[in-house]
Design a protein around this ligand. Structure first.
Ligand SMILES: Nc1nc2c(ncn2[C@@H]2O[C@H](COP(=O)(O)OP(=O)(O)OP(=O)(O)O)[C@@H](O)[C@H]2O)c(=O)[nH]1
Ligand SMILES: [Mg+2]
Length: 239
């Protein structure tokens, strides 16, 4: 749990001396409890519409938007998608998604390093949930803070690109423990890198024995069929 990056409100951030530690922990717990209550409200709303909701997380630049662009272009005939884009600044990702013709809402968090349940509850007001099958939330690029905030999603999906190094599941275990699925992206680059794919998968299993894994490339298209199959299977469970 991050305490000094500002994600648990400026109040918690300023209580950083040792003597204030118990109060800081209390404030963190109460902020997370409030977020969890709002996430449950979101979850009930999504359930009422039989929506499959995914919270997609990764380091900056792992390929979240690239995967969405390709998925939407290749699967929007089969499933009705809506997308929430989270970034600190810019509408760049929302523009990329809008070009596919899928409804999208951009959230700019300013100095915030993650999306929270309250932001999501407002952003989904922009969609017709009744006619949506799958809502994908692209969280702010960050392997730490987003893992702590339930948005009301069905599954957290973590992307790890092979350029990041195979040790990330061990270095950022909370993210990989929280995720149902790890997508290993940019495998088209494997011939040019010293990346041990099997070791990466074994590290991920060490922190989360139940995690599912798919290797893919948004560029070459390798592995995308498996990802589409996973989406279809999870949606079938909702209906
Ligand atoms: N070689 C290769 N490059 C990729 C692949 N997927 C994405 N990229 C490149 O990676 C860069 C970042 O991709 P984005 O999709 O913007 O990544 P992101 O995770 O959405 O980034 P943020 O939203 O900034 O966190 C771009 O230059 C993409 O073209 C892939 O499978 N192979
Ligand atoms: Mg993006």
């Amino acid at each position: 749990m991050c305490t000094d990056c500002g994600c648990l409100s400026s109040t918690a951030k300023h209580l950083s001396t040792q003597t204030d530690e118990p109060r800081k922990i209390q404030i963190e717990e109460s902020l997370l409890a409030k977020n969890s209550r709002l996430a449950q409200v979101n979850r009930a709303r999504f359930l009422a519409h039989h929506l499959l909701v995914l919270n997609m997380m990764s380091s900056p630049g792992s390929g979240k938007t690239s995967l969405l662009e390709r998925t939407l272009a290749e699967r929007k005939q089969h499933f009705a998608f809506a997308v929430v884009e989270g970034d600190q600044q810019t509408e760049n990702d929302a523009r990329r998604i809008a070009a596919t013709g899928v409804p999208v809402k951009q959230i700019n968090t300013g100095s915030g390093c993650h999306l929270d349940a309250h932001m999501i509850s407002h952003s989904v007001d922009h969609f017709n949930l009744e006619s949506t099958d799958i809502l994908i939330i692209e969280n702010v690029g960050n392997l730490v803070c987003p893992a702590s905030f339930d948005l009301g999603e069905d599954h957290k999906v973590v992307l790890l690109s092979v350029t990041e190094g195979e040790d990330k599941p061990l270095k950022y275990p909370q993210m990989f423990q929280a995720a149902s699925l790890m997508l290993i992206n940019k495998i088209d680059l494997l011939p040019y890198l010293q990346f041990d794919l099997e070791q990466c998968k074994s590290f991920a299993r060490r922190v989360n024995p139940a995690i599912e894994m798919i290797e893919l490339s948004c560029q070459s298209g390798l592995g995308l069929d498996q990802w589409y199959q996973w989406l279809g299977d999870k949606l079938a469970h909702k209906q």
